[in-house]
Design a protein around this ligand. Sequence first.
Ligand SMILES: [Zn+2]
Length: 270
Amino acid sequence: MSERDESEVLNQETTPNNPPQNERRRFLTRVKDISIGLLIPKSLAKFLGSYPDGDSNPNVPLVKSHQITPTELLALLALGGLLQSSSQATVEADANKTIWFTFDDGYVGLGSKIAAVNALQVPSTFFLTGQAIYAYPGDTQTLVNSGHVLGNHTWNHSNLTRQSADGITYQLGMCEDAAQNVVGVSTKRRMRPPYGAVNNFVRNVAANLGYDTILWNWDTRDWAGTSVGYIENNIGPGIVLMHTQGRNTVAALYDIIPALTAQGYNFAVL
Ligand SMILES: [Zn+2]
């Protein structure tokens, strides 16, 4: 995969209902409903073919967007088996105050992101490709040793909606093999599809392999070099999407984590 490919696809991604910039302070001091949903951009949708529900309109969210309270989100996550018991998980805590930070890819900037979340004591989930795990075995070991969670992001950043069942099995299996061979842990049951490209076929094949498909509630677009302010404005209760290659990601975390902690937010792994 190339970062250019990802940029082209993700460029048009939209995460609905994020608070506008000027609502950040209000957001930080007030619980608000968040939205689960991911609008599939036209550039991506054209590759997806028919949607499982027969809706081929690229302007319609693949996952229907609807308002959901953080409490409901937590219940949904638990029902889906996305949460597991962990000394660092805070699933018992107030869902309105829980943030799941996730970092994707691993090709660039992995070490600096691990160092930051370690220094800030923020347990996080890293969705690395198998290629990245083999390329950075030391960083991956540090990640695991530090108590963070390693999830599956395919072998080579594949768009799984273009793969057959065998192809999906290969992509997830090769990443799992990398995790097992390099650090001796399993990536199950956490899989994030590259580009957020997913349909029911992918979900079902992944589920049969033992994986839950995990998207996000908040998209910082940090891979595109968004500003510290932009990133901070797109962090909230729920699952936050970040990338190891984000240029301003570390600065944003250092700036906002103390404030979030002071306001009672807690951080958990998937
Ligand atoms: Zn990715």
